[in-house]
Design a protein around this ligand. Structure first.
Ligand code: TYD
Ligand code: MG
Length: 472
């Protein structure tokens, strides 16, 4: 039998344990350590390890959240409740798709992104749409005063929308408000500004962010409220980043984009209620974010005559095909160590493609600077982009353009063989829809015919180089 202690004393024990043993956490990924070090072993970031402050003498929660203790249900009894969770659509197609088909009731969602990328703008617009669709919505800002949020809403043309506003950072006050108001959706902007009186350390520290996110998530589940938390991606170690709370929430969305570009991509990296890897594309305008329903047209620059170094990759993002332009530049290097610079793709994958081209096809890149860019600020992680990258590199190196109106995709293995990519048909259909007339893809896999599009199959990289570039 375990020792039963009154709650008060339990709190004291926690406190003395916390004082006896100091621990450290990484503010970027949340990994815990028993001693400090300069570099996090979890995520490899430097200067992100900070000391954890334990629970405060405030001890256990002052108010019970009403959780039922130890209640379990046989799995078989659940079969009667297997209906899909109820959802509400915002009416913004790009947002609803990323959420997996609308907002799930009583879910906890994290929206991460760099400061200034447009998280507050997106969520204020989303709040207005949900509110208009009949969801009682509260937007709580810990960063801006209500007047500032109102000014933003005015600029976005939303000043008459039925969203309730609050400016508050004390979590206890926020939870009390939510309990009284009983909204169906609460937006907390941002989690780094919230502070719980149950934790001693400063707002933004790993333990505060963790505790605040935990309280909010638990509150969402017990009270049937959907909660969206904003988390800034941080560079310095003292402020915890959104990765610290990723494991607590149901859905993790990242809002990405290049500051200079007007395109923004909302990407689901985790979703308990839908596919991960789904993207929604938005454009930042003078009046807020507008959705981009045909991203392929947007990621392709105006296509005139084909240029060396530029190829069009037929990719899949989540459940949707997207065409993107891959641009490469290869130039003699003045340095003893040639440069390899990549934007929007994985740099170790680039090193692998260069090595395969050199070892299997005899195309050396030694002494050459290599730059690779995915146009439009898009980030690609699909292996199917390998062949498009190889084509862009060869095309830049040989100063030879690929045939006009051609898309390309396929995975390259270390042997130089090409592997077919999933969803070939969807890729080809999208290409045909956007006026492309040819596609280069690995042989093997399902045979697909799309009217108006000639499919040129190639089985290995050596054959591909020989057919399209003089170097082979
Ligand atoms: P914001 O939503 O405040 O970013 P975050 O909450 O992620 O920090 O967006 C800030 C940027 O968006 C700012 O640089 C101005 C720009 N912006 C527009 O271009 N148009 C608009 O209508 C609004 C509201 C913001
Ligand atoms: Mg903001």
């Amino acid at each position: 039998m375990g020792l039963q202690l009154p709650l008060e004393q339990n709190g004291n024990i926690c406190q003395s344990l916390a004082m006896a043993k100091t621990s450290f956490s990484c503010s970027a990924c949340g990994a815990s350590f028993s001693k400090w070090s300069g570099r996090c072993e979890g995520c490899g970031e430097w200067n992100t390890i900070v000391e954890d402050k334990g629970l405060s003498s405030g001890g256990p929660a002052k108010k019970s959240l009403g959780l039922k203790r130890g209640r379990t249900i046989p799995l078989s009894d659940l079969s009667t409740q297997e209906d899909p969770p109820p959802r509400t659509l915002s009416g913004v197609g790009e947002l609803d798709r990323v959420l997996g088909g609308g907002l799930v009731d009583a879910s906890a969602i994290l929206v991460g992104g760099d400061p200034g990328i447009g998280k507050s703008t997106l969520l204020l617009q989303a709040a207005a749409r949900f509110a208009r669709n009949g969801l009682k919505t509260i937007y709580i800002s810990g960063e801006e005063a209500s007047a500032q949020v109102r000014m933003r809403a005015q600029r976005l043309g939303l000043s008459s929308s039925p969203v309730m506003l609050g400016a508050e950072t004390n979590l206890r006050d926020i939870l009390t408000t939510l309990e009284a108001e009983k909204p169906q959706l609460a937006i907390i902007d941002s989690i780094q500004t919230m502070w719980s009186d149950r934790v001693d350390s400063a707002p933004g520290s790993v333990s505060q962010v963790r505790a605040a996110a935990h309280e909010l998530t638990t509150f969402a589940k017990t009270n049937g409220i959907s909660i969206v938390m904003v988390g800034h991606v941080t560079k310095e170690g003292q402020i915890a980043g959104p990765r610290v709370v990723e494991h607590m929430v149901d859905t993790v969305l990242y809002f990405e984009g290049e500051r200079g570009h007007q395109f923004r991509i909302l990407r689901a990296v985790k979703n308990r209620f839908g596919p991960a890897d789904e993207i929604g594309v938005f454009e930042m305008t003078g009046r807020g974010l507008s959705e981009v329903t045909n991203p392929s047209a947007l990621f392709l620059s105006d296509r005139g005559d084909p240029t060396p170094g530029s190829v069009v990759f037929a990719g899949i993002e989540g459940t949707r095909p997207v065409l993107v332009e891959m641009q490469a530049l290869v130039a003699p290097s003045p340095h003893s160590q040639p440069r390899r610079a990549v934007v929007g793709w994985d740099s170790s994958r680039l090193a692998m493609i260069l090595a395969v081209l050199e070892a299997r096809c005899g195309v050396p890149f030694a002494g050459l600077d290599v730059y690779l860019n995915v146009a439009g600020g898009m980030k690609i992680s699909e292996p199917a982009a390998d062949l498009a990258v190889a084509a862009a590199l060869l095309s830049a190196r040989e100063d030879t353009a690929l045939p006009k109106d051609t898309v390309i995709f396929g995975e390259i293995s270390l042997s130089g063989a090409l592997r077919p990519a999933p969803q070939t048909e969807n890729r080809l259909k999208e290409a045909q829809k956007l006026g492309f007339t040819a596609a280069i893809a690995p042989s093997g896999g399902k045979s697909v015919t799309i009217p108006g599009l000639s499919l040129q199959k190639t089985s290995d990289l050596v054959g591909f180089v020989g057919e399209y570039f003089a170097a082979g």
